[in-house]
Design a binder for this molecule. Structure first.
Ligand code: CMC
Length: 431
């Protein structure tokens, strides 16, 4: 028997039964699809705090318990035992690959890492001081003009090639955006290096000398990619799905996701954490900044703290904290003032009643910013790295949406609060 909830409409003294839907885990969901047709009412939910926009088999989050699962596997186990290529395969295909499947997948990605030579010209058109995210929005969107053979979204083979291209080219594009900003020559990808290693070399290497990989940093980079790979229906993923719901091509949809990720409340937060630490300046100013963060008349918020879904420790932040210490130890920069300040801020905020009562814990961006800074990335690259890693999640979610027979073009409703109908007044009669 279908479970239902009854909605009582006091204005008409009538009741409406709304079916309840169940996922494999998580709370039950009220199916309101027939609500408008049957009651003449819409629902109002700014920020979609209580609205499920789709069914998905990819990622499960229990924010109260601090749980994050990809295709059923916990993020802690994936971060400890897996690698980014395996996680990409898992997100895209639903299962961990066997040896042959993994080798084929890695080879497919490796063989798509170069970008079209003409696309290189795009970089030269940007101002020297362009933000890497501005370059990425433009260049990734422009991929749709180059790969006409993978734009038919109804063809699963086209979709898979586009997915591989996006995952493969993103490190090349992100590293080029960095090289352009520092005026160094672009480095081409190398097929004998891993995904993370290639990205680090293309970013920090120069043609004038050999670049030596550091296994601790390569592992940390790979882990950062894993921890950012997907996070169910967050703002940028919902943007990708919404853009894709109109039938737009995958490159355009991912460009839309990158644009959304750029904002400081979302992917821009790791950059904002470092800017905030800069602003705080010294441990002596922490108390004053915490007071500002608590003051409702002050727009200042403690960047890297709080999360829409996690009202417990962000499970990604736990892994990231461990990686953070490994990287700082390896690089011997534990006593660097900004990093010391970050550790002090974390300690004080975790004991402060305002943050404790509101369950505001450090999120993944708090530590990722510190690690990336220690590795030598400029803050302007932080969000690009997030975008690079999240591309697989976006594309897996986009594929799932395209294959879902229930999905329609996304089209929310509104509560109109503007003027009622009125007569047009000719210009000469207006006061
Ligand atoms: N500093 C100070 N107060 C905060 C903060 C913060 N970082 N975050 C939330 N609060 C307060 C907020 O003022 C509210 O207080 P009250 O109940 O007294 O009005 C309460 O905590 C609940 O917050 P909210 O604004 O209702 O929560 P939200 O779900 O709308 O916002 C958030 C979530 C992530 C946008 C917010 O916590 C925030 O702005 N954090 C800083 C930016 C940041 O680190 N973002 C990265 C998120 S993780 C990466 C990702 O997944 O994209």
């Amino acid at each position: 028997m279908t479970e239902k909830v009854t909605l009582n409409d006091a204005t008409t003294n009538s009741g409406y039964d709304l079916p309840l839907m169940s996922g494999s885990m998580g709370p039950k969901v009220i199916d309101i699809r027939r609500l408008y047709a049957e009651t003449g009412h819409f629902t109002y939910d700014p920020g979609f705090v209580a609205t499920a926009s789709c069914e998905s088999k990819i990622t499960y989050i229990d924010g109260d318990e601090g749980v994050l699962l990809h295709r059923g596997y916990s993020i802690d186990e994936l971060a400890e035992h897996s690698d980014f290529m395996e996680v990409c395969y898992l997100l895209l295909h639903g299962e961990l690959p066997n040896r042959d499947e993994k080798d084929t997948f890695v080879s497919n990605i490796t063989n798509h890492t170069m970008i079209h030579e003409q696309l290189v010209q795009f970089f030269r058109g940007f101002r020297r001081d362009a933000h890497p995210m501005a370059i990425m929005v433009g260049v990734v969107g422009a991929l749709s003009a180059f790969y006409h053979d993978s734009l038919d979204i109804d063809d699963p083979h086209h979709r898979m090639i586009a997915s591989h291209r996006l995952i493969a080219k993103m490190p090349t594009i992100a590293a080029m955006a960095y090289k352009y900003s520092v005026g160094q020559p672009f480095l081409t990808p190398r097929n004998d290096q891993s995904y993370a290693e290639n990205f680090l070399r293309m970013t920090f290497g120069v043609p004038a000398e050999d670049w030596k990989p550091n296994p601790v940093l390569t592992k940390a980079m790979d882990r950062i990619f894993i921890l950012h790979a997907d996070h169910e229906q967050n703002a940028s993923t919902s943007t990708v799905r919404l853009a894709g719901s109109s039938g737009a091509n995958p490159f355009a949809c991912i460009a839309a996701g990158i644009a959304c990720l750029w904002g400081p409340s979302h992917g821009g937060a790791n950059e904002a954490v470092l800017n905030m630490l800069d602003e705080i300046g010294s441990v002596d100013n922490v108390a004053e900044m915490l007071n500002r963060a608590k003051d409702k008349d002050d727009p200042f918020r403690l960047m890297g703290f709080g999360h829409r879904v996690y009202k417990n420790y962000d499970p990604r932040a736990k892994v990231m904290q461990q990686t953070c210490h490994e990287v700082l130890d390896e690089l011997g920069v534990k006593n660097e003032p900004m990093l010391k300040l970050a550790m002090e801020l974390e300690k004080i905020a975790l004991e402060d009643s305002y943050f404790v009562e509101r369950q505001l814990y450090p999120n993944v961006d708090f530590y990722s910013g510190i690690i990336l800074k220690a590795m030598g990335f400029p803050t302007s690259m932080f969000t690009s790295i997030f975008a690079l890693a999240r591309t697989v999640g976006w594309i897996a979610q986009w594929n799932e949406m395209v294959e879902d027979p229930v999905q329609k073009i996304g089209r929310p409703r509104q509560i109109y609060t503007g003027e009622g109908p009125r007569k047009y007044v000719p210009l000469h009669q207006r006061g």
